[in-house]
Design a protein around this ligand. Structure first.
Ligand code: PLP
Length: 377
């Protein structure tokens, strides 16, 4: 039985897994120590930190010492890009469809933004010509897009960077990918990999960056020298322990979750395309993560659509969540060549590991009705 609203905004944030909550509680209560200290309470905390590091490293396929704990995906992206640029000459490069955590970091550092094709995938001719310029220090291409769910051909990106600019470092924002994709394998040859706890059942405000051995990186947060001097600040121990537990659960359940939720997503999208005239699916479903449904309804404003859906008990989104709450045409969709008008009529329904058949039934009852009301049909 679904109680409360139907939550289809898991790409914005997804509920904490029970395993993560259970793992976290002792570190909020009795084991509250600061892992940087030296007495017994601190040593207990330090042990938990290093156990969590081992656990998270296993889930990401890296060495424990290659893992830097941060306060989330945005910080990990900033650390990756700005951290490389502070250590070496050269420019930062990213795709136009990146999350703002990457895009704004690259542009703030005077970097280069490479266009994407109609599917939102990086334009390889443009990437190669930027790389051939010879002054590229870091290339950042996300694994899965937060709005469209499209999976970038990361292996081809790595191949191209190694071929044309072998000294450049590759970063991937795997924040939306970790719940659905085998990041350990897909990003095995990537130098820097960012994840965020609250996208896969861990808490908000905690994340990690994989920094492969030999990758030169300067800290962006200076202070007490925690995380082997790569990220200062007292550890969010309870958050880190919970994130590691969520990672283990995610990896253990991933194959089953992808199969089950992918089936729900297909039923949802197929039915909406059949029942809503002129509905358009964004991207190519065969190249998307299993939890993403993205549609456009020409003639409809997403702001009104989201308002009426909320009233009907469906929580959805027009694109990425942003602090202002204002709905601008999405930079991801416009980069794909979709007109502002059409981009304004977009709806992202993002499913998660707690999404049920009943959620989909309720969404399928509400959405066609609301679109038809808005169109006056
Ligand atoms: N990167 C991507 C692709 C995201 O979807 C998000 C969050 O929406 C972030 C980075 C930022 O992560 P955080 O919310 O942990 O700062």
């Amino acid at each position: 039985m679904t109680v409360g609203p139907v939550y289809l905004d898991h790409a914005a944030t997804t509920p904490m897994r029970p395993e993560a909550v259970a793992a976290m509680l002792p570190y909020l209560i009795e084991h509250f120590g600061n892992p940087s200290g030296s007495h017994s309470v601190a040593r207990r905390a330090k042990q938990a930190l290093e156990d969590a590091r081992d656990e998270a490293a296993a889930a990401l396929g890296c060495r424990p010492r290659e893992l830097v704990f941060t306060a989330g995906g945005t910080e990990s992206d900033n650390l990756a890009i700005a951290g490389v640029i502070s250590r070496r000459a050269g420019r930062a490069v990213c795709a136009e469809s990146e999350h703002h955590g990457v895009l704004h970091t690259v542009t703030a550092l005077g970097g280069v933004v490479v266009p994407v094709d109609a599917m939102g995938l990086i334009d390889f001719d443009a990437l190669s010509s930027v790389l051939a310029h010879g002054d590229v220090a870091v290339v950042s291409v996300m694994l899965a897009n937060n709005e469209t769910g499209m999976i970038q051909p990361l292996e081809r990106v790595i191949h191209e960077v190694r071929r044309v600019a072998p000294d450049a470092v590759v970063h991937t924002d795997a924040v939306q990918a970790f719940l659905w994709l085998d990041v350990a394998t897909m990003a095995a040859d990537v130098d820097l990999v960012a994840i965020s706890g609250h996208k896969f059942g861990g808490p908000k405000g905690v994340g990690a960056l994989v920094v492969r051995e030999g990758t030169l990186l300067a800290p962006t947060i200076h202070g007490g020298g925690q995380e082997s001097d790569r990220r200062s600040g007292t550890h969010n121990l309870a958050g880190i322990v919970a994130m590691a537990a969520a990672m283990t659960a995610t990896v253990a359940q991933r194959t089953a979750t992808v199969a089950r939720v992918g089936g729900l997503r297909d039923r949802l999208v197929d039915s909406l395309l059949t029942n809503i005239p002129d509905a358009i699916e964004t991207g190519d479903r065969s190249q998307k993560i299993a939890g993403n449904a993205h549609l456009r309804f020409p003639g409809v404003e997403s702001e009104s659509l989201l308002f009426l859906l909320d009233e009907a008990g469906i929580c959805a989104s027009a694109g990425s969540a942003c602090a202002s709450g204002a709905i601008e045409p999405s930079h991801v969709l416009t980069a794909m060549g979709i007109s502002d008008d059409e981009a304004r009529g977009s709806l992202r329904l993002s499913l998660g590991s707690t999404t049920t058949d009943e959620d989909i039934d309720l969404a399928l009852k509400a959405i066609p009705d609301v679109v038809s009301r808005l169109r006056g049909t």
